[in-house]
Design a protein. Structure first.
Ligand code: SAH
Length: 361
C-alpha cells in the first residue's frame, strides 16, 4: 500500500491528525523536530514517542527519501551536483554551491517544465509533474546527509517554474521556515520566475520576505518572445509592472537574470532600452553567459558579457556577471537530467523503494 509522505504535512495538518488519533498536541512539535531539524529517516528513530504512536505513524505515513542517482563533485570549487531519483522513477537535479557566507542549494520545483524557454535544457523533454513540498525539502535533506554540509540559503532556480507550482512551493516555503521545524529565514531564499504576472502579484501579498529573481533575458518584446514563449502571454511592460508592484508591496529589491546570447540580446540598443524600462525600479541585474545546451545553437563569449555589463553601467544600471560555479561538472540547469535521459531513455530509475506516494494527502 502506498502511504502519504509525512514531510509534506504542515504543522497544522500534523496536529489535526494527532488529535484524531487521540494523541496529545505537543507530539506535533516533537515529530516536526524529528522530521525537519533532525532529519529522521525512519519513525523508529523517534525514541521519545511511545511505541504505539510510532506504529500508528508508520501505518499511515512514510518519510520519503530521494535517491542519489548520480553525484558530481567539482574539483575546482566544492560545487556538488545531484541527480535525484523520485519514488515514481522521475529524475530531478539540485546543485550545492559553496559561498563565503555559507552553502547554498539550487532546488528544483517540477519534473520538467512547460515554459519552453528555448535556451534551457529543463524544458526540452516537456513537463512531467509538479514536485510535492516533501520532495522539495527532500532535496535539501538528502544533500545535507550526503555531503555533511549545512544548507544555509536556497535558490529556487533548478528544474521547473516555481510559480507554475504555486501551492506546493508556498507550502514548501512555509514548512522550511516553520519555527517548530527547521526555522529557516526566507530572507535566505531566492525564487526565480520566467514571469507569470498574476502569480508575482499573488506572491507579493504573502509577506514572505524572499528575494524575487525575474528571468528577463531581453529588453524588447520581439527578442524576448523569440527565446521565451511566456512573453507572448505577458509582455515586458506587464512583467515590469508586476515587478514594480512587487517592490512597492514588499520593499524588496528585484534581481533580474539576463543570459547574454551572442547575436540576440547583448547590444548597446538593448542596454539603452533596458535602462529606460527599469528606470526608478530598485533592482540588480545578474548577467550570465548563456550555457550551451547540446540541442541548441546558443553561445556567448565571456568578453561579450563583460562589455554588455559595461554598457549597462554606462546607462546607470547595477549589473554584475555571475560567477560560474562547477564549470567542470556541467552544473547548469537541467543538463544532467537531459544527459541521463539520453543515455538511458525515459524509463530510468525504478526507485519505488519506500512505498511513498508522490502527492501529499
Ligand atoms: N523557471 C524559473 C527558474 C528555473 S531556471 C525561471 O525561468 O526563472 C533558472 C535560471 O537559469 C533562469 O534565469 C533561466 O532563464 C536560466 N537558464 C536556463 N537555461 C540557461 C542556459 N542554458 N544558460 C543560461 N541561463 C539559463
Amino acid at each position: 500500500m502506498t502511504k502519504t509522505d509525512i514531510l509534506s504535512l504542515s504543522f497544522g495538518e500534523l496536529s489535526d491528525w494527532l488529535a484524531e488519533a487521540g494523541e496529545p498536541k505537543f507530539r506535533a512539535k516533537q515529530i516536526f523536530t524529528w522530521l525537519h531539524s533532525r532529519k529522521a529517516t525512519d519513525f523508529s528513530e523517534m525514541t521519545d514517542l511511545s511505541l504505539s504512536l510510532r506504529t500508528k505513524l508508520s501505518d499511515s505515513f512514510c518519510i520519503n527519501r530521494l535517491i542519489v542517482v548520480k553525484r558530481l563533485e567539482s574539483a575546482i570549487d566544492n560545487t556538488v551536483k545531484y541527480l535525484y531519483g523520485l519514488s515514481d522513477g522521475s529524475l530531478i537535479e539540485s546543485v550545492l554551491m559553496a559561498y563565503k557566507h555559507g552553502d547554498s542549494l539550487c532546488v528544483s520545483s517540477q519534473v520538467g517544465c512547460k515554459m519552453g524557454c528555448n535556451f534551457c535544457a529543463s524544458t526540452i523533454a516537456g513537463f512531467v509533474r509538479n514536485l510535492t513540498p516533501g520532495e522539495m525539502l527532500g532535496q535539501i535533506y538528502e544533500a545535507e546527509r550526503d555531503s555533511g554540509r549545512t544548507v544555509s540559503s536556497l535558490v529556487l532556480m533548478g528544474i521547473g517554474e516555481p510559480l507554475d507550482n504555486y501551492d506546493n512551493v508556498l507550502k514548501f516555503l512555509r514548512l522550511l521556515s516553520a519555527p517548530q521545524g527547521r526555522g529557516m529565514s526566507l530572507r535566505h531564499v531566492t525564487l526565480s520566475t520566467c514571469g507569470l504576472v498574476p502569480m508575482i502579484d499573488r506572491l507579493a501579498e504573502e509577506g514572505l520576505g524572499l528575494t524575487l529573481s525575474v528571468s528577463l533575458h531581453a529588453a524588447d518584446d520581439a527578442s524576448r518572445s523569440r527565446i521565451m514563449p511566456v512573453n507572448r502571454k505577458y509582455s515586458i511592460a506587464e512583467l515590469l509592472g508586476a515587478c514594480r508592484r512587487y517592490f512597492d508591496t514588499t520593499g524588496r529589491r528585484i534581481t533580474f537574470e539576463y543570459a547574454v546570447i551572442d547575436g540576440v540580446n547583448g547590444t548597446r540598443e538593448q542596454a539603452r532600452l533596458l535602462a529606460k524600462q527599469l528606470e526608478g525600479l530598485p533592482c540588480h541585474i545578474n548577467l550570465i553567459p548563456v550555457n550551451p545546451v547540446r540541442e541548441r545553437n546558443y553561445h556567448t563569449k565571456r568578453d561579450t558579457v563583460y562589455s554588455f555589463q559595461q554598457m549597462l553601467e554606462q546607462e546607470g544600471l547595477n549589473a554584475t556577471v555571475r560567477r560560474t560555479l562547477g564549470s567542470d561538472i556541467n552544473a547548469a540547469c537541467g543538463q544532467l537530467r537531459r544527459e541521463a535521459q539520453r543515455e538511458r531513455g525515459e524509463d530510468i530509475a525504478d526507485s519505488d523503494s519506500n512505498g511513498c506516494r508522490n502527492g501529499p494527502g
